[in-house]
Design a protein around this ligand. Structure first.
Ligand code: HEC
Ligand code: HEC
Length: 282
């Protein structure tokens, strides 16, 4: 999941993701007969099993991708990207010729090999979690869910789709472990000494675009800036472990899980249109 965690992934990837999301819901509801799952299994046995083994647990030529924790932790988008691009410099070839919709079916099948086809039980109460999210914890000031909330953090509407409850809890408790430098805070000091904190949304040799906590964008010519300091921490506070009780945290996690389920349902209703578009763009 961390899917689509990198902000600009381009339209085809967005569409692919939406398709994967809808496909995994379909997988959950009508499991063995799901057409996508069957298609994924076919592709897996013809394109992947020769190296990774029929059950994905590894062969002589390639590692275990079914029970290996690091692979389970990859978001659907990251998994799709590995299949699409391959891992250059290793024995893992690129399968971009499969096209978006077949890669989507494949990712779904790999998930089922990993045993993630079943919806996870919610650890708490989603309705109470919504209250904490938009109230006491203030998550909604930075993050959007289902169209409501702030802009500086990522949209969390379908964040939980590819994460376990424990992973979501970890992301909330340890934002500092965010590895993506583009998501870490930056402090910009202008020539007049004004300081702004935010995230760099765009940068080239001459200019820098900063988004501040209020969601506003600021464009600077680099020559006008006194300094640009890249912080090692996220803009997100890392003290939720002490500010929220364990039950409140579980409620927020449940709210995000429920939100992702509704998001999948919505995506699924708009599925046919998006899928066609995805195939055109591939
Ligand atoms: C020619 C053999 C070969 C084929 C075919 C192949 N892979 Fe791989 N794959 C590899 C190797 C080798 C690696 C390990 C690369 C490395 O050294 O990190 C790998 C790595 C991966 C990884 C990352 C594993 C990790 O630990 O991060 C994924 C996911 C993956 N393959 C999925 C697939 C899927 C899905 C298919 C079918 C479309 C496929 N592979 C087909 C050889 C193959
Ligand atoms: C001050 C703004 C702010 C607040 C308040 C905030 N976050 Fe964040 N959050 C961020 C930023 C910035 C990131 C890292 C960049 C990103 O993911 O866009 C982040 C990352 C995350 C991630 C990881 C997302 C990913 O894509 O990897 C999760 C999950 C998350 N926040 C949940 C929460 C929850 C739940 C709360 C409330 C308990 C909360 N955040 C409060 C700004 C905030």
């Amino acid at each position: 999941m961390k899917a689509h965690r990198i902000k600009i992934t381009g339209a085809p990837w967005f569409v692919l993701l939406a398709c994967i999301a809808s496909a995994s819901l379909q997988g959950q509801q009508s499991k063995p007969s799901s057409a996508a799952l069957l298609q994924g299994r076919q592709i897996f046995s013809s394109s992947c099993a020769g190296c990774h083994g029929l059950d994905g647990r590894g062969g002589e030529r390639a590692p275990d991708i079914a029970s290996k924790r690091e692979v389970q932790r990859l978001s659907n988008a990251e998994l799709a990207r590995i299949v699409h691009d391959g891992l250059p410099g290793t024995g893992m070839p690129s399968f971009h010729l499969l096209g978006a919709s077949r890669i989507q079916a494949l990712v779904l099948y790999v998930r089922s090999l990993q045993g993630r086809g079943e919806p996870e039980r919610l650890p708490g109460n989603p309705a109470a979690g919504k209250g904490v999210f938009f109230g006491k914890a203030g998550c909604g000031e930075c993050h959007m869910v289902a169209g409501a909330g702030g802009f500086i953090g990522s949209d969390l509407s379908n964040y939980a789709a590819a994460q376990s409850a424990r992973e979501i809890r970890d992301a909330i408790l340890h934002p500092e472990s965010q590895a993506d430098p583009a998501k870490k805070a930056v402090v910009v000091t202008t020539a007049t000494g004004e300081q702004l904190t935010g995230l760099v949304r765009n940068e080239d040799n001459f200019s820098l675009q900063l988004q501040t906590l209020d969601g506003a964008f600021h464009l600077f010519a680099k020559s006008d800036l006194k300094s640009v300091e890249h912080q090692d921490q996220s803009l997100m506070l890392s003290d939720y472990g002490s500010r929220l009780s364990r039950a409140e945290l579980d409620d927020v996690v449940s709210y995000l899980m429920r939100a992702a389920q509704s998001d999948l349902a919505r995506t699924r209703r708009g599925r046919t249109a998006k899928k066609t578009q995805g195939e055109e763009e591939e």
